[in-house]
Design a protein around this ligand. Sequence first.
Ligand code: BDR
Ligand code: CA
Length: 311
Amino acid sequence: MNEHKIPVIIDCDPGIDDSFAIYFALNSSMLDVISIVSVAGNVPLSMTTSNACNLLGLVNSNVPVFAGSDGPLIGDAIEAKYAHGVNGLGGYVFKKEYTNNLQQGNGIEHMARILKSSEQPITIFAIGPLTNIAKLVLAYPDLVGKIDQVVVMGGGVIKGNYSSSAEFNIVADPLAAKVVFDAGLTCKIVPLDTTEYCYFDKEFLQALNQSSSLKAKTLYDIVNAKHNIESKEEDSKFYFHDMVTVMAVTNPQLFEFTPLHVDVELDGKITKGQTVFDQRSFNRQEPNSLLVTTKLREEIVAVASEVLTNE
Ligand code: BDR
Ligand code: CA
């Protein structure tokens, strides 16, 4: 572990925007990526795991990958192939399959081992459904204190994306989200409102394609497989929710963090998976999270471009 960097585990379901988050984290001089743990989400676990391995193998990273949960705590898995294509990467296919990064053993047990043995508290990026993190805190309550923070891409203050009320990562496992939010952790929540405000444009993507960085070019190719970028209107918007979430840790000066109580609708017929932030002016519940917002989109896009195009 590099003591001058923030030690992080990325729990994810790659995923187009997860790919941006992973390459951004690998390139960031602030982060020491200990491992990647996969979860079923955008696509089934086998694919999120192999996508993570391929992303890392392609760029010769030795960060280990552990497979986590293949479905939510209760109920059936949902998927987001509508947003990420049939294979989770918009149909982009790696020229070869990389399997070297894949480790034996379960991702939740791996996280517990890391937390137990680490002298420094660990940051967990939760950029997929929260199933693995919920299982971790339920099975190992004594290790909650070893988690510095869980930084979640999830929820929405005013709307959802999977449904009008629910954001994908939360509705994919609402009970897990509730368990994590109520676990007494420092939980930073980067909602859709923030990640959609921080949209990216064609110019940003073209700069990735023109750079000499393999990571940047690969990200362009992944988005291009899904969107055929050149055919898009000049003012098209692209959302890389999970990368913006990572940036809330690497570039906290670009964000605001507001303590609030958040709850998750578990049963609602039209609101299942909705996040409800208590913003009342009185009778507010005790905060259990920090809601992450920003007004600095251009600065965020500039940092993302600079970091991703680094060799
Ligand atoms: C979130 O859901 C997934 O589809 C994305 O990867 C992101 O984590 C956005 O709602
Ligand atoms: Ca994701």
